[in-house]
Design a protein around this ligand. Structure first.
Ligand code: AKG
Ligand code: FE2
Length: 200
C-alpha cells in the first residue's frame, strides 16, 4: 500500500501500515535486537538525572552530529541492515536521510513523553520517517497550541512493518508521544530516519 495522507490541520502526516511484509519485519526485529549496541541513556528532567524509559541507539553518516534531550550523540556507522532499510525508506518517501535514531521499548512500561522533533540540527520543516517493528503501540499526536490548531488528540496504532512520515509544518504545530500501556506488551523497536543538516 502507498503512503496515505492523514486529514490533520497544520500537519503532513502520512501512513503506510504495510510498508514491510510481516516476515521481513520479523527478521529485521530479530537482527536489530541482537546486533545493535543498545544503551539506556541518562537524561536530565527538572534538574534531576534519570535513565530514559527505553533503550536507544544512533546510527548515521559520520557528519550527522545530533543532540537530543541534552545528550550529544555521535552516530555509530550504518550496518548493512540499517543501510538497506534507509534505501527502502528513501525510495518510499522521496526524501534523503543521513541518520537514524533507534528506540527499543522493552515492555509496555517503556515510553516516550510528549515532544516535537524540532532540534535545530533538523532544520525547518523536517521530514522524519518512522518504521515500527515488534509489538504494536499507540502513537499519539496532539496540537501544541489547542487554541490555534483546533483538533482533538489523535491515536494511531503503529504495528510491525508500518511506515509513518511526519513532514512540513507537523513539528511546528503538533507534539507526539508513545505513552506507557498497562496491557502486557512485548518489545517494540522503532527507527526514525532523519536528515541532520550541518551548523555553521
Ligand atoms: O517510537 C515512536 O514511534 C516515536 C519515536 C519518536 O518520536 C522519536 O524517536 O523522536
Ligand atoms: Fe519524535
Amino acid at each position: 500500500m502507498p503512503l496515505t495522507l492523514l486529514p490533520l490541520p497544520q500537519a503532513e502526516v502520512l501512513l503506510d501500515p504495510d510498508f514491510l511484509p510481516p516476515a521481513a519485519a520479523e527478521s529485521l526485529l530479530a537482527e536489530l535486537t541482537a546486533t545493535i549496541p543498545w544503551r539506556q541513556e541518562p537524561i536530565r528532567i527538572f534538574g534531576k538525572e534519570i535513565l530514559q524509559p527505553r533503550l536507544t541507539a544512533w546510527h548515521g553518516d559520520p557528519t550527522a552530529h545530533y543532540s537530543y534531550s541534552g545528550l550529544a550523540l555521535t552516530p555509530q556507522p550504518w550496518t548493512p541492515a540499517l543501510q538497506q532499510l534507509r534505501e527502502q525508506v528513501q525510495a518510499a518517501t522521496g526524501s534523503r536521510f543521513n541518520s537514524v535514531l533507534l528506540n527499543l521499548y522493552r515492555t509496555g512500561q517503556d515510553s516516550m513523553g510528549w515532544h516535537a522533533d524540532n532540534e535545530p540540527e533538523l532544520g525547518p520543516g523536517p521530514t522524519i520517517a518512522s518504521v515500527s517493528l515488534g509489538a504494536p503501540r499507540r502513537f499519539r499526536l496532539r496540537p501544541r497550541q489547542p487554541q490555534e490548531v483546533l483538533h482533538a488528540p489523535v491515536s494511531i496504532q503503529l504495528a510491525a512493518g508500518s511506515l509513518l512520515v511526519m513532514r512540513g509544518p507537523t513539528q511546528q504545530h503538533w507534539l507526539h508521544a508513545v505513552p506507557k500501556t498497562a496491557v502486557a506488551t512485548g518489545p517494540r523497536l522503532n527507527l526514525t530516519f532523519r536528515l541532520v543538516v550541518g551548523r555553521c
